[in-house]
Ligand binder design. Structure first.
Ligand code: ZN
Length: 286
């Protein structure tokens, strides 16, 4: 099942993508793709619905129907750093001994095809295609063996990053990760039953049609169950929390010479089975 949110920013409605790629309205069943609606009992109820029984939404998500982030009202947006050995290498940093955790402020979250705004004063706005994990069943001190029971689904994330804010300014990485529009999330939340092997998903990212990143979740250092268990040692995880699992090599910082996003460019990215994003880059406003 592919769950999504459609409509104007701030007024999105819940929907699901049917077998023919059209959007069906779920607003008579759940109020949003968010929070408790992502718990296993509700997901099971949604899975049992006949999509044909739900009204068809006008427009096409590939064309004229705006999609919001595939999860609403995200409580925590936890990101994992340097989780691909070859990306750690291009960043000139050691392979971490345990997962690096940082935070993306939830005000950064936007739809999968919304614009990316280069922040004021930015000269190093960068891209990062990532596998997102959405929590369904809440928990704390989760055993790795039980971790996948806590997953509502997976999605595509662009962990947009400002490298100067992140690395050259004092303090934590968070400064460069949570600027407005730095969290394109979606197009859809794909339930685990549709993903044969989450440890073997091809992923890619292009800037203006030029391939920058290509990788696979097969080379993740810390796998999804470990990340869920690990994060839950430091916080309780709630339904609708998102964990972004890190990026493969090919970010702008790793290009020779480094290359960063400029107004007018278009970033496209995707992960096998999870859909694609397309974001136009807006220049910094004075
Ligand atoms: Zn990242």
């Amino acid at each position: 099942m592919k769950l999504l949110r459609y409509g104007a920013p701030g007024a999105e409605k819940p929907g699901l993508l049917d077998a023919s790629g059209r959007v069906r309205d779920l607003s008579g069943v759940i109020s949003d793709v968010a929070g408790d609606a992502l718990r296993p009992d509700t997901i099971a109820k949604l899975s049992a619905l006949d999509p044909e029984s739900l009204s068809l939404v006008d427009g096409s998500p590939q064309d004229d129907l705006r999609l919001g982030a595939c999860v609403g009202n995200i409580g925590k947006y936890v990101c994992i750093g340097l989780n691909y050995a070859d990306h750690a290498e291009e960043a000139g940093m050691p392979i971490p001994k345990e997962p690096i955790i940082f935070n993306k402020w939830t005000s950064a979250v936007v739809g999968p095809n919304d614009d990316i705004q280069v922040p004021r004063g930015s000269v190093k706005t960068d891209w990062e295609v990532e596998l997102g994990v959405v929590i369904g069943e809440p928990g704390v001190y989760i055993d790795e063996a039980d971790a996948m029971k806590h997953v509502a689904g997976f999605c595509v994330i662009n962990d947009v990053s400002e490298r100067e804010f992140q690395l050259d300014r004092a303090g934590s990485w968070d400064k460069g990760k949570g600027c407005d529009t730095f969290g394109p999330t979606g197009p859809w939340l794909v339930t685990p039953d549709e993903i044969a092997d989450v440890d073997n998903l091809d992923m890619w990212l292009d800037v203006d049609g030029e391939r920058m990143q290509s990788g696979s979740t097969a080379t993740l250092i810390f796998k999804v169950p470990h990340l869920i268990s690990y994060c839950s040692q430091f916080m309780s995880l709630q339904a609708g929390d998102v964990i972004s699992t890190g990026t493969p090599p090919g970010v702008g910082m790793g290009q020779k010479p480094p290359r960063y996003l400029k107004g007018g460019e278009v970033v496209t990215l995707g992960i096998a089975g999870l859909g694609e994003q397309r974001s136009k880059v807006l220049p910094a406003q004075g």
